[in-house]
Design a protein around this ligand. Structure first.
Ligand SMILES: Nc1ncnc2c1ncn2[C@@H]1O[C@H](COP(=O)(O)OP(=O)(O)OP(=O)(O)O)[C@@H](O)[C@H]1O
Length: 223
């Protein structure tokens, strides 16, 4: 499979007089999982939203295969984004959402899943937090984008669903690169090929877990 590269650099992002991101470099290739860690408010979601085209920065800051993508639609086709908040409208039925999101030829396969099968006759508003999150993640991972950005995917998921989602993420790597952030850092550490910490607006590549303590993300009690 031809490898593709998503590269992010030179981002300066301020909200009012507060600088959120000032020295960011992130690279993700297809078949890679980058784990993005950082304290609350460090700018993880802001960075993912910038890459997804939902927060504005100069176009040259986000590149795929060295090409700056300045047409938002082109960017969206190559990058899919799982928001940390619900993105599927409550009034829809699960079947309608699947019909709208998944190509006809892939729908049967999509529904051949112990968790999805139980949801097929329900409305979105009647799903539990974990059921909804599972459906959303599966939809994001099933589309044809080259890169998927997952903001707090594990939120509300039981251990069994987390294991299934981790397998699903790994199974998508023949087509995709993944950037994942979650406060369930153990899962992020477990699944990621590389870790990056955001601190003081800057990205710090993490080689050893002890660096997470040195940089103030974890206490030594975590080991
Ligand atoms: N649209 C906005 N306007 C003003 N400030 C914002 C906006 N979006 C985010 N912020 C601020 O930017 C900072 C970074 O927010 P962000 O959501 O990116 O952090 P995060 O690392 O994802 O945090 P958490 O882990 O708690 O979700 C926070 O201080 C937040 O209050």
């Amino acid at each position: 499979m031809k490898k593709h590269t998503l590269e992010i650099s030179g981002i300066q992002k301020r909200f009012g007089d507060k600088t959120i991101l000032s020295d960011v470099y992130l690279k993700c290739e297809t078949s890679e999982i980058i784990g993005l860690l950082g304290r609350n408010g460090s700018g993880k979601s802001t960075l993912l939203k910038i890459v997804a085209g939902l927060e504005s920065v100069p176009d040259r800051c986000v590149r795929i295969d060295s090409v700056s993508l300045n047409i938002k639609n082109a960017l969206m086709n190559n990058v899919s984004y799982l928001d940390q908040d619900q993105f599927i409208p409550n009034h829809l039925s699960v079947q309608k959402v699947i019909a709208l999101s998944i190509d006809k030829e892939n729908r049967i396969n999509f529904c051949e899943d112990q968790f999805i099968k139980k949801l097929l006759n329900k409305k979105i508003r009647h799903l539990s937090t974990g059921e909804l999150r599972y459906l959303e993640i599966k939809i994001v991972l099933s589309n044809s984008s080259l890169f998927a950005l997952l903001d707090e995917p594990y939120n509300g998921l039981s251990p069994l669903m987390i294991e299934t989602i981790n397998e699903m993420i790994k199974g998508s790597l023949n087509k995709k690169g993944i950037i994942v952030t979650d406060h369930n850092y153990q899962n992020v550490v477990k699944i990621a090929n590389r870790l990056v910490l955001i601190k003081d607006g800057k990205t710090h590549p993490i080689k050893e877990k002890t660096e997470l303590v040195e940089k103030g993300y974890l206490t030594s009690m975590a080991f």
